[in-house]
Design a protein around this ligand. Sequence first.
Ligand code: TXA
Ligand code: MG
Length: 367
Amino acid sequence: METNKLSEVPLVNTILLSADKEGISKAAKVIAAGGLVAFPTETVYGLGGNALEADASQRIYAAKGRPSDNPLIVHIASTDSVYELASNVPEKAKMLMEAFWPGPLTIILPKADIVPDETTGGLKTVAIRMPSHPAALSLIQESGVYIAAPSANLSGKPSPTTAQHVADDLTGRIDVILDGGPVGIGIESTIVDLTEDIPTILRPGFITKKMLENIVGTVNIDKAIIHPDPNLRPKAPGMKYTHYAPKGSLSIIEDKDKPSEVTENVINKINSLLDEYHMKEDSQHSKKKVVVLTTADNAKSYNTDNLILLGEDDSGKTVCSKLYAALRECDKLNADYILSESFNRDELGGAIMNRLLKAAGQHVIYV
Ligand code: TXA
Ligand code: MG
């Protein structure tokens, strides 16, 4: 596999601009001139460059330290653009575009010749999305180009949900960061493959299977993402990497009889693990730092102050918007061990558990 080493990127002066009219206009010029701009979308911050210029895509891979076989999503501001980027647009794609764009849905279609192989990681298909964030739409319109944009994090880190997360990862490696404040959704778009008759979800997200099925009937989910198995190869190349992993060891504690509930058994197990891990010392005889990921509802049940709250209760929307910031916070706190409650897996919960399980390297402690 080809990789870009972090040291290969020449240092650039990264400018921070606010995502207002003036900032967007400056940033659009940078993109049009072949530069790289991180910008807010409704899902996570993206790292954008001209999608039809192979050089810009290569700079994106290098800045992120991302393997160049992991394709980029092309962001557009008008549905007409799909017909330029894709060689075939089936009826079901049109229905989904109509229902969910602009918004957190990415569609995979056979690519047109104008899309360079560098942008699609060598694949003959292209990923396309029309974001709903006003700053993202203005940036695409004003730059006059389609914008290839992966999430604006260093490869392997959680996707950024604030401009500060982007700055922490990419300062000195990209030209501009457009600060539009914290994003709304907090996890990446749902990806749906429309190159076969039955649409297939390659990455779960805010647009759920049920929402898609309401529009186009039966929708499948890529087996490799439901049952992570080294023998199954996910169809979205990015889903094979252990993303989002904090430096400390993360475990999810789950009641096998009631997986969607934080039961007494789960709380007792987390408390006993807290005791066990706190007893451990490293070679410098310093105590281990253990952090618990929970919601405000359960916070008082744990025998520790090292808590990171993922919202008031386990409602999917708040957990979603706080998850990545929480994983980054674990690193800031130098957590050696992270113990997380598990969340219900229906609808949006499925997307949240997909990200949390990846961050944990699929490590679940059942009680
Ligand atoms: O919400 C989002 O989708 C954000 C914002 C910035 O739009 N972008 C994002 O991009 O999450 P990225 O690069 O971090 O994730 C793109 C995913 C990767 O897993 C990649 O492998 C997959 O999309 N992908 C891209 N093109 C593909 C294609 N032609 N076929 C299958 N998977 C594709
Ligand atoms: Mg990403």
